[in-house]
Write a protein that binds this ligand. Structure first.
Ligand code: BGP
Length: 476
């Protein structure tokens, strides 16, 4: 009973949210470098290039670029077995389409991975986590253009060859399915590097880019296995189960189609086939998706080895039109509040049982080993007069979710490889650009305006997680 002996306990981050050093070591500009801070209800803006005087929180972030040795030691002290981060594409190919990689960027990750391995920590690596080179955005409009498939595969191969023997677990695209919400310009730039212009058919752009990314992912999986048969390459899905609002059959059908619309990306990653319901939707919406016979073969032969997914919250949906036979689901319009669960300060609905449900759904549908590669609680942390941070709310959130995944292992026998919570150290929030939305066991002295010493300090949850790892998740 309980988690496997070699369970990969750890934490997860993404390069652009913590490294800083945005112009060091020959790094080019990425989409994250042209996103301003949001905060207090003001959304992040995507600027067309870097504008003097704007606040770009990712430029310095928490300066992990210069602090990584100390930070990794702290992860080692907690007993981490795995550390998930991403490789900033722009450190390796500054514009994205150079012939040769940037040696200084490659060397940085060599040093970082060595620092992890010295602590007994396995690096778990995402190749593309919301940080496409700005050069690719400007020249090709990101994954809207098929030529970007080759650019991504070249980047992936360079990484596999260089880090072979150091990195076993990889993921291709972070939360590839966030762009289900194609009405959001934010998701299109983060997931696909598409800069939305007036008059664009965003639905067409999204589905074409997604297909191109899925082909790129499949080719990368094949390349990895040729370079090193021991490599395990996974996908990464943002998993929020969508419940029916009621037992009205129309709500059930709506939720069923909503799940299929949000998770067809995983079907392609895991089975190599586009579900017929998605092809029907393309027909209905008059979308013309270019997917050649050769590409279809690649999809079939480049299926993933495991499913990585993030889990923060659940959703609910409700049918609104009794004459609608399509049961089409549009994320920006079709979600409703679930009165049975509470929400965080940022409106994220807290639902630990939803994690057990998700593990079972993924396991039953795709029959692949799984890794929970993100799960955590963003909150404002206060320093007490004694100088401590008593983050019991974070401990409660994580404990209830770890219990739910242990139940899925014990009661349903799902195959779970590991758990890398988000994020072991405070970093820049991806959705809002804020520093005050904190997830870490380690506090970083930096505020929303970019002020602070960058000093690190342990929160109460630090020792709690250390004990969870020591007991292999038995004592929460
Ligand atoms: C996921 C992303 C991460 C991350 C996390 C928390 O969607 O993969 O990059 O940041 O969510 O979100 P946020 O930082 O917006 O609170």
């Amino acid at each position: 009973m309980g988690f496997r002996k070699d369970f990969l306990w750890g934490g997860a981050v993404a390069a652009h949210q913590l490294e800083g050093g945005w112009q060091e070591g020959g790094k080019g500009i990425s989409v994250a470098d042209v996103m301003t801070a949001g905060a207090n209800g003001v959304p992040r803006r995507i600027t067309d290039g870097v504008i003097e005087g704007e606040n770009y929180p990712n430029h310095e972030a928490i300066d992990f670029y210069h602090h990584y040795k100390g930070d990794i030691e702290l992860f080692g002290e907690m007993g981490f077995k795995a550390f998930r981060t991403s490789i900033a594409w722009t450190r390796i190919f500054p514009n994205g389409d150079e012939e040769e990689p940037n040696e200084e960027g490659l060397k940085f990750y060599d040093d970082l991975f060595d620092a992890c391995l010295a602590q007994g920590i396995q690096p778990v690596i995402t190749l593309s986590h919301f940080e496409m080179p700005w050069g690719i955005v400007k020249k090709y409009n990101g994954f809207a253009d098929k030529r970007v498939i080759d650019l991504f595969v070249r980047f992936a191969k360079v990484c596999f060859e260089r880090y072979k023997g150091k990195v076993k677990y990889w993921m291709t695209f972070n939360e590839i399915n966030n762009q289900t919400d194609w009405t959001s310009a934010h998701h299109l730039i983060q997931d696909s590097g598409i800069l939305v212009k007036e008059g664009d058919n965003q639905e067409q752009l999204m589905y074409q880019a997604a297909i191109n990314e899925l082909v790129a992912s499949a080719r990368a999986v094949k390349a990895a296995h040729e370079i090193d048969p021991d490599m395990m390459v996974g996908c990464m899905i943002a998993f929020c189960p969508i419940y029916p609002y009621s037992c009205n059959p129309r709500d059930i059908m709506k939720a069923y189609n909503a799940m299929n619309t949000r998770y067809w990306f995983g079907d392609v990653h895991c089975t190599g086939k586009v579900p017929t319901m998605i092809e029907k939707l393309w027909e209905r919406d008059d979308l013309h998706i270019d997917l050649s016979e050769e590409e279809k073969k690649d999809l079939l032969s480049g299926t993933v080895d495991y499913v990585g997914f993030s889990y923060y919250m659940s959703f609910a949906t409700k049918d609104k039109d009794e004459n609608d036979k399509t049961f089409d689901y549009t994320e920006s319009k079709d979600l409703v509040k679930n009165e049975y669960v509470k929400a965080s300060e940022w409106g994220w609905q807290i639902d630990p049982l939803g994690l057990r449900y998700s593990l079972n759904w993924v396991w039953d549908r795709w029959h692949k080993p799984m890794m929970i590669v993100e799960n955590g609680f963003g909150a404002v942390d206060m320093i007490t007069p004694e100088g401590t941070i008593e983050d019991d709310y974070r401990i409660d959130y994580l404990a209830s979710h770890i219990e739910a995944m242990r139940d899925a292992v014990n009661y349903e026998g799902v195959d779970l490889l590991g758990y890398t919570m988000w994020a072991p150290i405070d970093i820049v929030s991806a959705s809002t650009g804020e520093m005050k939305k904190r997830y870490g066991f380690i506090y970083v002295d930096k505020d929303n305006d970019g002020n602070g010493t960058l000093d690190r300090m342990k929160k109460k949850s630090f020792d709690w997680y250390k004990h969870v790892i020591e007991t292999n998740g038995e004592e929460l």
